[in-house]
Design a protein around this ligand. Structure first.
Ligand code: ADP
Ligand code: MG
Length: 695
């Protein structure tokens, strides 16, 4: 068995399980091994009930004082018991577990593990896990990995397959030389995979994580720097000069550009008129007005008789850009002849779009990365803009070059990256920064609250909707099933809200004329598009969503952003979410709801109240977490690294960059014997690895 072996080769994986795995994009044993846990649950020593902190998952050990009560609420069977341990008492509620009546003996001693909540002056646990002291002792201190699963596949089943895969996984040659491992303080890949899924303790887990993060960063940096065009200025065949079109467009725009926008626009004009291809990154906080700058560059290309392409990470965003541009054509009569090209269009629609692109009739192509696929032949593609970057790699750039002359490239990003990191990640790009927001913006009002504030929040939401505004509510999960087993997850984790159930809940608490809909990444593209359109056109008042709305969506009428389980997100990500409101003339509000009331957690979230500056927030986030402090694997969202996080793993990123430079200087073709395994690895990995970064 090796990394390429189909998942079906594992014992117990039949057609049904294979389909479940496919949903998680796991097709081979290798895919399974790199399906890293979302976080880890620690079974800590039981604490005295008096010490059990509200909002935290604790284990308590005590004596059950009989069944307090049993009732039925609609379909729900409710069982209440009370536990005491000499330091205090805690009430415990179980749902739909009538058999416990027989199991829980009056005067018996048990360990209950669950989230500690309050009910009036009393402490309460709902649906805790139940253990005998002996059983609990066996798992005490262990870290149990938890995966982001799909309905039908339990954590336990996954662990069983993982164990099997690791046991039968063939000999894995170590790709790094002994000296490289030593220099960088890395454990072997094999040991890392073992420990990331079955850690014996925290220290081992951190070592494993470091190795896997290093691998990801190193492969990416090495391949990026090795690509033939890295850092090289390419002579451009498209000298694009400013024309009256952009000047007229700017005159007609209802607002003046900010000074920062003007400066960046000037830099772009300079690049496009120079003898070399532009290769520029525009960084600007959410709402700083990057789209207009991109539109100006595209308009300049069109006015010179060339084609431009605007590539967005999602269909929803592509469609939104398309509509914005169509609006400009109507209002300001600019010379765009735009065409939309996305993966979900019908074959007929696509064919028509291809035709218009090939003939040059369309001079602006807007779409997802369907627009750089083989079938698309351009007439004269002179400029490619990628919005919110995402999966536009060196390889894509090469692919574009094969379609004609190398176009100018402009990358728009709202990811706040400190300069030192930007130089590593975007070393081959010129960087422009839009460091100013349009002046007419009212600052967003923020609050960080606990879950008891929800009722107030719902009243507020209803009020805003009455006044014609719209609302986003963000939940971390799509559906409840994956965590239904025990209702909570993660170290110190509180229950996680999910989009599907939350939507139902909101529908029942909000006045019935308020239209609530939901959106998440697992929906079909057509459905997503429809919901987004309904929200944009104000057929929907309240949109409950996962973080898919994080990127780029512009609905200026939306004024409330409520984030559930805010403690689960990185500050940079919360800042991006906040950027979805405060985009219009109305006062906007952000409500960050934390299900964990621990002081550090609340303090971290309160940084969002103090500052609106994405760079500051990202660096504070890093400072407060401390690199490597984070056990769980967080997706940075902005970058497509699977496990590495550019903020928390900044030190490893720097280390990987130094190592990549060293090897490129000493043995760029990996021809030396000690780099033989690395060379073979890089050859097979080349296909995927360059896609890590967006550019
Ligand atoms: P982002 O940088 O997050 O992509 P957008 O380009 O979507 O931001 O711009 C957000 C909103 O601000 C849009 O509605 C846009 O029309 C508006 N906008 C852009 N530039 C200015 C400006 N200079 N003055 C006022 N509003 C602006
Ligand atoms: Mg944008």
């Amino acid at each position: 068995m090796d990394g390429q072996s189909p998942i079906r080769e594992l014992k117990g994986v039949g057609e049904k399980t294979q389909k479940l795995f496919a949903k998680l994009d796991i097709h081979t044993v290798g895919d399974l091994l790199t399906f890293y846990p979302r976080d880890y649950e620690t079974f800590q020593k039981p604490v005295g009930i008096a010490q059990a902190a509200l909002g935290e998952v604790c284990a308590v050990y005590g004596c059950v004082w009989g069944i307090l009560g049993e009732k039925r609420v609609r379909n729900l069977h409710v069982l209440n018991v009370k536990l005491s341990d000499g330091t205090g008492e805690i009430f415990v509620t179980f749902y739909n577990m009538p058999f416990l009546k027989k199991v829980l003996k009056k005067g018996g001693f048990y360990v209950f593990r669950g989230m500690v909540q309050s009910r009036g002056a009393n402490k309460l646990m709902e649906q805790p896990k139940l253990f005998s002291l002996d059983d609990y002792r066996k798992i005490e201190g262990q870290l149990l990995p938890r995966y982001s699963l799909t309905k039908g596949l339990t954590n336990q089943a996954l662990l069983k397959y993982m164990r099997q895969a690791l046991t039968f996984y063939g000999f894995l040659p170590e790709r790094y030389s002994g000296s490289m491992l030593e220099r960088n303080g890395l454990i072997s890949e094999r040991a890392a995979l073992e420990a990331i899924h079955f850690p014996s303790g925290r220290e081992e887990l951190l070592q494993a994580r470091k190795r896997l993060v290093f691998d990801e960063f190193f492969s990416f940096l090495f391949m990026m720097r090795k690509s033939k065009d890295y850092g090289r200025q390419i002579t451009s065949e498209y000298r694009i000069q400013e024309t009256a079109d952009t000047v007229r467009f700017l005159e007609r725009l209802p607002f003046p550009l900010t000074e920062a926008q003007k400066k960046v626009w000037q830099e772009i004009r300079g690049d496009m008129g120079s003898p070399y291809c532009m290769n520029r990154l525009v960084q600007g906080d959410v709402g700083s007005g990057k789209t207009i700058v991109a539109v100006l560059a595209l308009l300049m290309a069109a006015a010179n008789g060339y084609q431009g392409a605007l590539m967005a990470p999602t269909e929803v965003l592509a469609l939104q850009h398309f509509e914005t541009v169509q609006g400009y054509v109507k209002k300001y009569g600019c010379s765009f002849r735009p065409v939309l090209l996305t993966g979900s269009m019908s074959a007929g629609e696509k064919r028509e779009a291809y035709g218009r692109i090939a003939s040059g009739e369309a001079n602006l192509v807007i779409g997802t990365h369907a627009l750089i696929q083989e079938k698309v032949q351009y007439h004269s593609l002179a400029l490619v803009v990628t919005d919110e970057q995402h999966r536009f790699g060196v390889r894509q750039r090469e692919r574009l070059a094969q379609k004609g002359a190398q176009p100018h490239i402009l990358v728009m990003s709202a990811t706040p990256i400190p300069r030192t990191l930007a130089l590593i990640l975007y070393g081959d790009l010129q960087i422009s920064v839009i460091d100013e927001l349009p002046a007419d913006r009212l600052p967003i009002k923020n609050c960080v609250v606990n879950t008891s504030y929800r009722a107030t929040a719902y009243r507020f939401i209803a009020k805003e909707v009455e006044q014609g505004r719209q609302v986003y509510v963000i939940c971390p999960q799509v559906e409840g099933a994956e965590d239904a087993q025990d209702g909570f997850s993660g170290e110190g984790g509180a229950p996680m809200e999910n989009v599907v159930d939350y939507t139902e809940k909101l529908k029942s608490v909000l006045p019935s004329h308020i239209q609530v809909a939901y959106l998440h990444g697992k929906m079909r593209p057509g459905d997503k598009k429809r919901i987004m359109e309904e929200f944009a056109s104000h057929t929907v008042d309240v949109l409950v969503s996962t973080t898919v709305v994080e990127v780029g969506i512009n609905v200026p009428n939306a004024t409330v952003m409520m984030v559930e389980n805010a403690e689960r997100f990185g500050l940079a990500q919360l800042h991006q979410l906040r950027g979805r409101v405060g985009r219009g003339e109305h006062q906007s509000y952000c409500i960050f709801v934390s299900a964990n009331e621990k002081e550090e957690v609340m303090e971290r979230l309160k940084i969002l109240k103090k500052s609106n500056d994405g760079f500051f927030i990202a660096s504070e986030d890093l400072r407060l977490r401390g690199p490597g402090e984070l056990l769980g694997v967080r997706q940075s969202g902005e970058f497509s690294f699977q496990i590495g996080d550019i903020y928390t793993d900044a030190a490893v990123l720097q280390q990987a960059a130094r190592e990549a430079e060293r090897i490129l200087a000493e043995d760029p073709d990996l021809a030396q014997e000690e780099n033989e395994a690395l060379r073979r690895y890089m050859e097979t990995a080349a296909e995927n690895a360059v896609d890590f970064r967006s550019i």
